[in-house]
Write a protein that binds this ligand. Structure first.
Ligand code: KG4
Ligand code: ZN
Length: 351
């Protein structure tokens, strides 16, 4: 009797109408697992973070992150199943982040997902982490349908796109140098704040006023592109020259001024894009979208422009697996299934 291979079984697999997808995310320092039904309903969303282990190094140490994923991935998946009151046999597919991210970290999730998909004889769905960030919007608003303007702002990516269909986007612009989150992390270091930088800059900014004039970074220019290195350098120079001249300065005012300069431009360009392309919805994703100042700016500008704003809750802005389940569903419907030769990729294109 000839044995039927995994790839033959998957080739013959019939798509389920309301698939139960287990999603796994291990691209950075969060080991995350989630159960998502039909790409919209989150039954569980487990995150085990190794962030505390990286604090003393001032950033994520890849080897420590990989080891932490190895320790946590099985626990995260089992907790996700328990929270959802499901068992392995209830799963219709396994989705996993295959890139972008730290290679060693990604490989833990990819390898776990492969083994599970093979053992359960269900499809393995490869998901782009960056697309996942935007797909979190489908969880936030169950009626959200393309077309809309998508704004992705994370530690590794800053991009503005026209999302014309679930699997189609036209990139309008991106960062020419640093990503928005990266700039927050670098400014945090200059201000002596601990990793993770973004939330700590935001906290400090709440105590200050945006009174320091920093360059407005491609505001009103540069089309839909962004640039953060000039702003970052201006903050570094401001702090260093104050310190070396023994001049007093307010770190809280620096944080508030940097935050306003870094984020106003995102809200302005997203609204401008909605106007230019005649779209009435803006959806935002990525860690920086957890920032209260950005959320408020976007809300104000969208309100005055009669634009609907879709913002994922803060847990689903920063790294999580529910967003991977949302994007995984889109790929599942397209039968974008991976073979057991799926590899991790440090960088993947957004498109
Ligand atoms: O999306 P994410 O969790 O991971 C990546 O895919 O990069 O984004 C992490 C980035 C970090 O740079 C972090 O400093 C930034 O998002 N971030 C924030 C806030 N929370 C996270 N930046 C500004 N304000 C926040 N509240
Ligand atoms: Zn991310």
């Amino acid at each position: 009797m000839t044995k039927v291979s995994y790839s033959d079984k998957i080739a013959a697999y019939s798509l389920k109408k309301s698939p139960v997808i287990l999603a796994i995310e291990t691209s950075c320092d969060e080991t995350a697992a989630s159960i998502v039904v039909s790409g919209r309903e989150v039954l569980s969303n487990v995150i085990i973070s190794s962030a505390a282990e990286h604090v003393k190094y001032g950033g994520v140490v890849p080897e420590i992150a990989s080891r932490a994923h190895t320790d946590a991935v099985d626990k995260a998946v089992k907790s996700a199943l328990i929270d959802a009151e499901l068992d392995f046999c209830d799963l219709d597919a396994v989705a996993c982040t295959y890139g972008a991210g730290l290679l060693g970290a990604l490989l833990v999730g990819v390898s776990y997902a492969k083994a599970l998909a093979f053992g359960l004889e269900i499809p393995l769905v490869p998901v782009s982490h960056v697309r996942g960030h935007l797909a979190a919007a489908y969880l936030a608003d169950k009626t959200l349908d393309p077309p809309f303007i998508g704004l992705i702002v994370s530690g590794g990516h800053t991009a503005l796109a026209v999302v014309s269909d679930y699997d189609k986007m036209q990139i309008l612009g991106g960062t020419l140098d640093d990503a928005a989150g990266e700039a927050f992390d670098k400014v945090a270091r200059v201000l002596g704040l601990e990793y993770p930088g973004g939330p700590n800059v935001e906290k400090l900014a709440q105590k200050g006023t945006a009174s320091v004039v920093f360059p407005k970074m491609l505001k009103g220019t540069g089309g839909y592109n962004f640039s953060y290195s000039g702003l970052k350098t201006a903050v570094i120079n401001y702090v260093r020259s104050a310190v070396s001249a023994g001049r007093e300065y307010s770190p809280a005012d620096v944080a508030a001024s940097f935050q306003a300069a870094a984020l106003d431009v995102l809200a302005d360009k997203a609204v401008e894009a909605a106007r230019e392309f005649g779209l009435s919805t803006i959806a935002v994703g990525g860690g920086v979208a957890a920032n209260g100042y950005l959320r408020q700016k976007l809300a104000e500008k969208c309100l005055s422009g009669s634009i609907k704003l879709v913002l994922p809750n803060k847990k689903e802005c920063t790294d999580n697996a529910a967003m991977i389940g949302a994007e995984g569903f889109i790929q599942y419907r397209n039968r974008n299934f991976a073979g057991l030769d799926l590899n991790a990729c440090a960088s993947v294109m957004l498109k």
